[in-house]
Design a protein around this ligand. Structure first.
Ligand SMILES: Nc1ncnc2c1ncn2[C@@H]1O[C@H](COP(=O)(O)OP(=O)(O)OP(=O)(O)O)[C@@H](O)[C@H]1O
Length: 252
């Protein structure tokens, strides 16, 4: 068993009468590609929002690499290595791919005051940006405007932007949403390759069961703020409670 990267203890969150997390406790192992699934309204987004720092829990603790980060703001979590890539595109369409990735790379290097025109002279930045573009398979498109990208490549660029922050743990919200089959196959292979490199641990929130079961080493199933299934894809598929309340006929 790999070391725990993230540990969640007795997490609770409710919006009025709607309970989205009820005494949730689990840990995420370093290097294990995990998916969080559940029917609409199960509490997946709320959980990711709490873990990445955009909303506070009502109670409970979050430990990242053994450190209590429960009250850390988003930017401090990002600096610690806990990041998320948004479902809604956060790409600057009028900038090139190189520039889109250079911005967070420079920010991380605390050279945010540099002008973009001088960035390309900065060998260190260029190497870092090129490495990320290569990892997401878009190095050949370095100087293409982000607005010219296909939907699938745009999602890959978002992953690249997230990678620029050098995350240790990266949440991806529906990485294949709106993609055609070719784009989908490509981004899934990319995530597999990045995960196999071992630098980043991925946690994916996904509705598409084909994606979940083909990609994940571990699947956590949420239902009304409770974990009703947790294990390998095979274990989750054969879990009677999961079949009953969530997967139903889809798996049968
Ligand atoms: N800010 C909020 N205020 C009030 N209720 C909220 C808020 N955010 C979420 N909820 C409610 O909490 C419940 C869980 O929502 P959440 O978005 O976490 O579920 P989800 O599993 O991500 O659903 P989906 O798969 O549809 O995205 C829902 O009933 C939702 O309406």
């Amino acid at each position: 068993m790999n070391a725990a990267l993230l540990e969640v203890r007795d997490l609770n969150k409710a919006f009025g009468n709607v309970v989205t997390a009820r005494n949730l406790s689990f840990s995420l192992a370093d290097g294990t590609l995990t998916s969080i699934i559940g029917p609409n309204g199960a509490g997946k987004s709320t959980l990711i929002n709490i873990l990445s720092g955009s909303i506070p829990p009502d109670s409970g603790e979050i430990l990242f690499q053994g450190q209590d980060i429960t009250r850390y703001p988003i930017d401090r979590r990002v600096r610690q290595g806990l990041c998320r890539s948004f479902q809604v595109a956060n790409v600057f369409g009028h900038l090139s791919l190189f520039e889109n990735i250079a911005i967070p790379v420079i920010a991380l290097k605390q050279k945010a005051t540099s002008f973009l025109c001088s960035v390309k002279k900065d060998l260190e930045v260029k190497q870092a940006v090129d490495k990320i573009l290569d990892r997401i398979g878009l190095l050949d498109h370095s100087h293409v405007s982000a607005s010219a990208l296909s939907h699938g490549d745009r999602r890959l660029l978002e992953v690249g932007i997230a990678l620029a922050a050098k995350p240790k743990l990266l949440f991806l919200d529906e990485p294949t949403a709106g993609m055609n089959p070719v784009e989908r196959t490509r981004i899934l292979q990319n995530i597999r390759d990045l995960s196999a490199e071992g630098e980043v641990t991925f946690v994916i929130v996904e509705h598409d069961m084909d994606v979940v079961f083909s990609l994940s080493e571990r699947v956590i199933v949420l239902y009304r703020g409770n974990i009703i299934g947790d294990g390998t894809p095979e274990q989750v598929k054969s879990n009677p409670k999961v079949r009953e309340v969530y997967l139903g006929e889809e798996v049968a």
